[in-house]
Design a protein around this ligand. Structure first.
Ligand SMILES: Cc1cc2nc3c(=O)[nH]c(=O)nc-3n(C[C@H](O)[C@H](O)[C@H](O)COP(=O)(O)OP(=O)(O)OC[C@H]3O[C@@H](n4cnc5c(N)ncnc54)[C@H](O)[C@@H]3O)c2cc1C
Length: 436
């Protein structure tokens, strides 16, 4: 019997559930919804514009729609705005929530609400042309920026703010963003982490890129780099961390001020206050040390002058309707992906904002297995009933073919060698479809 499944969110979490369902329950009818007209979540709006190779995973996701008539894309349909969980539950045998975790965690320190203090989701969304952040207007008439965090997203932010227009020519960064970054008087980019080089969350590949920028030098204080990785790591992990230490040693030879911008990689410092009134004038940091794996404050503070702060300290999901939500972890409450009968969760909404694109694959496959094992009762009306709802409510879903039109228009609007020039607003996208 054909069962129907609604997947809410077309990022990696949702797309891998669809892929697993196609393999394990191939006669299912699958509708994948997204609040934006454009599919694939953070692949488009999060992954750095100069990492086009990473974004290419979207071709695999696109194939899911192209090769399977029983899978539909319905963009521009938002759970909570256009449809409710009850609507979905009445129409589909199962609902998979995969709407991500897009809300920046807070530092919880004074000054955080000042102008020119942004979370990474906001700043990354701005330079990636995400419709939610077009009006962010960061003031880049600045000398210094402090990026809080030492993970890959922090490296993305520090790197993109330090790239030249020539380096970004092969990317799909928003025109307004690269113009503002190029026009900026920015000289000092500080990337600061609470812990040390051994505990840093970035990968060696991303770190190495900081040593190969056209007009920015990355520097790190050699004295904080340990001679070797402690023995209590597994061999594989020990090697990976050893490579990071090697890269850091290479960066320690860099000279601040040698190029237009300097990226200072700082460890063992935690922010305590963002200084200045309405505008940012600096950030007060407290020195830390790592004792027995725990980060401990030392009481010694120092200030870094800066006029902008970007926090890259993770993000959280939001509760939707009456579904149970774990406020502490910022994820939906679930047991192995099951939220309540017939309702499942996947991706960052389920696990929190950690891991790579690939991490979602294994996890989403497990959720699909559970969902299939719990298929129960008669088939529900499925996609046809959703089409009736579209008419009743006057919704304007963007189909996969519509998305291909948007994609084609964006590619045609690009200046060679850029891959695409993204539409800025949802209205422009819909206008591109002939005011659909
Ligand atoms: C800045 C940044 C850079 C990253 N770079 C990399 C990288 O280089 N390599 C890597 O491996 N991983 C990277 N990641 C991690 C990777 O992007 C995530 O693992 C992955 O995107 C999580 O997938 P998801 O489907 O859970 O969420 P998302 O990708 O966020 O997808 C959620 C989708 O749900 C939609 N949605 C939200 N609310 C609703 C609603 N109410 N109704 C309908 N739809 C809704 C959203 O529009 C979105 O399309 C990066 C993450 C970030 C934040």
């Amino acid at each position: 019997m054909d069962r129907s499944i609604a997947i809410v969110g077309s990022g990696p979490g949702g797309m891998y559930v669809a892929q697993a369902l196609l393999e394990k329950a191939p006669t299912s009818r699958i509708d994948i919804f997204d609040r934006l007209p454009t599919p694939f979540g953070l692949i488009r709006g999060g992954v750095a514009p100069d990492h086009q190779h990473t974004k290419r995973v979207d071709q695999k996701y696109a194939d899911i729609f192209v090769k399977n008539e029983n899978v539909r894309y319905l963009g521009n349909v938002e759970l909570g705005r256009d449809v409710t969980i009850d609507d979905f539950s009445a129409i589909y045998n199962a609902v998979v929530l995969a709407y991500g975790a897009p809300f920046d965690n807070k530092l919880g320190i004074p000054g955080e609400d000042n102008k020119n203090v942004f979370g990474s989701n906001a700043l990354v969304g701005w330079y990636n042309c995400h419709p939610d952040f077009l009006d962010l207007n960061p003031n880049l008439d600045i000398d210094g920026v402090v990026v809080i965090g030492v993970g890959n997203v922090a490296i993305d932010v520090a790197r993109v703010l330090s790239r030249t227009p020539e380096e970004m020519a092969t990317t799909d960064i928003a025109d307004y963003a690269i113009s503002a970054i190029d026009a900026s008087s920015l000289k000092e980019v500080w990337m600061v982490g609470r812990r040390g080089p051994i505990e840093a969350a970035f990968s060696n590949t991303e770190l190495k890129e900081l040593g190969a920028l056209a007009d920015a030098t990355s520097v790190v204080d050699a004295s904080v780099i340990p001679a070797e990785v402690p023995t209590d790591f597994e061999e594989r992990e020990k090697k990976a961390r050893g490579r990071i230490l090697d890269t850091l040693r290479g960066l320690a030879d860099g000279k601040a001020g040698e190029k237009r911008r300097t990226i200072h990689i700082e460890f063992f410092a935690s922010p305590v206050e963002i200084l200045g009134g309405d505008t940012v004038e600096g950030i007060r940091m407290e020195r830390t040390k790592v004792v027995g794996g725990r980060c401990v404050p030392t009481g010694e503070t120092y200030d870094i002058p800066c006029q902008m702060v970007v926090t890259c300290i993770g993000s959280r999901a939001a509760a939707i309707e009456n579904l149970p939500f774990n406020e502490r972890s910022g994820i939906i409450t679930h047991e192995d992906g099951k939220v309540s009968p017939g309702i499942y969760a996947a991706g960052w909404l389920k696990r929190g904002a950690t891991g790579t694109i690939g991490t979602n694959r294994l996890d989403s496959y497990a959720v699909a297995d559970l969902l299939i094992s719990e298929f129960d009762g008669p088939a529900k009306p499925g996609p046809n009933a959703f089409d009736n709802l579209v008419v009743e409510r006057g919704l304007k879903p963007v189909t996969f073919d519509d998305w291909l039109v948007i994609k084609d228009l964006e590619e045609k609007a690009a200046t060679d060698p850029a891959p695409r020039r993204k539409f800025a607003t949802v209205e422009e996208m819909l206008d591109g479809l002939g005011g659909a």
